[in-house]
Design a protein around this ligand. Structure first.
Ligand code: HEC
Length: 110
């Protein structure tokens, strides 16, 4: 293989490798988009006892339950002192959308 051809192959491989990386970035921003659209109205201000985004103290104990519990509570709803509606009240969201939003919230509240 000539040097030029090898360089071309490397460039093409790099382009292929870059694709899944773009896809995972899209996934992360999807969580943010879901949060902004559905969860923010309660979780930005701590309405009705909702743990606020970025409030590490409010999230610490909740994160301690484990991500699976948080996912389940966000998808099916959860009643503590306040009331977390199933899927934040938006039944059109898929379970994965809700999980992505939980990931986004937890990631920004540590
Ligand atoms: C109508 C207001 C409201 C909306 C909209 C809302 N939440 Fe909540 N959420 C709450 C309240 C209130 C709590 C706290 C419940 C408690 O512990 O008393 C809560 C708690 C949670 C918890 C912690 C559950 C636990 O086990 O401690 C997670 C995770 C969560 N919400 C995720 C979400 C996600 C994801 C969305 C958007 C898809 C969302 N919430 C939308 C009000 C809301």
């Amino acid at each position: 293989m000539s040097l030029k051809k090898t360089a071309k192959t490397i460039a093409m491989t790099a382009a292929l490798v870059a694709l899944p990386m773009t896809a995972s970035t899209a996934f992360a921003s999807n969580g943010e988009a879901v949060y902004n659209k559905t969860c923010k109205m309660c979780h930005a201000r701590g309405m009705a006892g909702a743990p606020k985004l970025g409030d590490a103290a409010a999230w610490k104990g909740r994160i301690g339950q484990g991500m699976d519990t948080l996912y389940t509570h966000a998808i099916k709803g959860f009643k503590g002192k306040g009331m977390m509606p199933p899927k934040g009240g938006n039944s059109k969201l898929s379970d994965d959308d809700v999980k992505a939003a939980v990931d986004y919230m937890v990631e920004h509240s540590k």
